[in-house]
Design a protein around this ligand. Sequence first.
Ligand SMILES: *Cc1c(COP(=O)(O)O)cnc(C)c1O
Length: 309
Amino acid sequence: MNKSNELFNESKQLNSSPLERINFNNKQFFIKRDDLLHPYFSGNKARKFAYYLHHDFNPITKVIGYGSVQANSLYSLAALAKLKGWQLDFYCKPIPTWLKATPLGNYAGALSLGANIIEVNELSSNLETHVESINQHLAQSELLIPEGGRSHLASSGVKQLALEIIQDCQKQKIENPLIMLPAGTGTTALFLQRFLPYQVLTCACVGKNEYLEKQFQSLEPNSSRWPTILSTSKSYHFGKLYPEFFSIWQSLKAQTEIEFDLLYDPLGWLTLEEYLTKTPTLRPIIYIHQGGLKGNESMLPRYHRKYDT
Ligand SMILES: *Cc1c(COP(=O)(O)O)cnc(C)c1O
């Protein structure tokens, strides 16, 4: 198909992930294992980028992305570019010296897939302004993908996820479930709610609830079609380390033998637990595992240094 066959050869399916039943802290949950989709795509990025994978984008030869140099979307974008035979230019804030000296996680993975990572010097222009000016001068051969894949083009891949969940529920006789997934841009949660007949619960990992509502607004003006945003009593900052995050991540791993992501999932599970304590329900709960394990390569050493001496 193109020069990146080696990726296809080891590639797994990009849809039809299993729905598994687990017990955690004496409660039963179902886990949609999107982490098992593809080693190069962090779960929901495979869904959000499915449209790009399955459509021809002639005459595009270069894709432009931006965001955090440790973002799961950087690694997934690098894989997408490689699969499509595109060049990836990824704009980010200045990269910490230690990370440049010893690349790891999503950054190292993206480099090894051939990504061209460009630091934007904050003194001359901030990242958003810089990307905005690039966006206004795009060549015909260049395609810009919004941060974290926040785009209407993400809807077709998430629709596929929704259809799978409906089928899984029919097959496993799961009735009227609640769906839970933590949100970054909220794109996955928003489109899931659009295509599912079940209630979708989420929580804002990046910024406050108002930030997440703004993201929803940009994709869906009708707020009655938004997912339900749950909150915890304590507020957390994205990317920071918290002992209760590490502790619930470790418990999940010990009890379920599933590795979750360390950036979004700890808040997702803490939020869900607090919600279920306050609002006990007999309805089955489906938690969406959205991948992101490559990012753990950089998060885990941080946690071990801080809490595991
Ligand atoms: C990207 C990502 C998210 C956030 O997805 P959004 O669609 O931006 O809300 C959540 N979890 C993991 C593991 C991710 O990689």
